[in-house]
Design a protein around this ligand. Sequence first.
Ligand code: 13P
Length: 256
Amino acid sequence: MAQGNIKRKPLVVGNWKMNTTADEAIELARSITTDIGAIIETDIVICPPFVWLSPIASVITNTSIKLGAQNLHWEDKGAYTGEISARMLKDVGCEYVIIGHSERRQYFGETDQSVNQKLKKAIDAELTPIVCLGESLQDREANRTNALITNQFNNDFEGFTDFEKVIIAYEPIWAIGTGKTATAEQAQEVHGLLRELLRQKTDGYNEVRILYGGSVKPKNAADLIAQPDINGFLVGGASLKAKDFKAIIKAVSGKD
Ligand code: 13P
């Protein structure tokens, strides 16, 4: 695919999941900010647990690192015990929010319909949604990957047109936390499919950033990012080690 003058700045997102104590979170954020000031070729986002968003917002003030949340609720407010609204996330300094992570789909009953509602709420609140999709090992082995991704994409983005405001993350479930990364070719195949699905929805399909997630490490980041439709990473385990997270950012920086 010709990339020529496409403006698609790479993005690396750290999803800390349900990890870190208060002290560990602050220490991790501080270590990430150290030496990272010079990197301007890549957008960087960290998504700590909700309870550390506020202290971490202070740690990353005046750095190029942005704050993201791992989930949100689709209503503005009300009797939804344990939930967090888009407005709350904005108030605490978030600019991004992960939506539809496979762990939320698998353990907390998240569906394509709830993803769709959350996506629209994030856009209303001017948060940038990072919408996750991906197939299970069973789906892959049964050659259902393309059908499943197409289905998720169509359902997650039903009635949606603001594609220039969205980030998509392809995370094959079998590669998450397992140490089994998709090969660069396997990942590119699905990213290429997502680019094609975007093309059917918007003229700006080439500008949408599509991230890969699933056992991204410093040693495989360069190979993956060299693929034409991989525009950055959603990193789990390696984002909890400042050294590894920064090494991934460095591997990505410099790509058009
Ligand atoms: P790992 O990088 O630990 O495989 O996690 C990927 C992920 O789920 C990021 O959201």
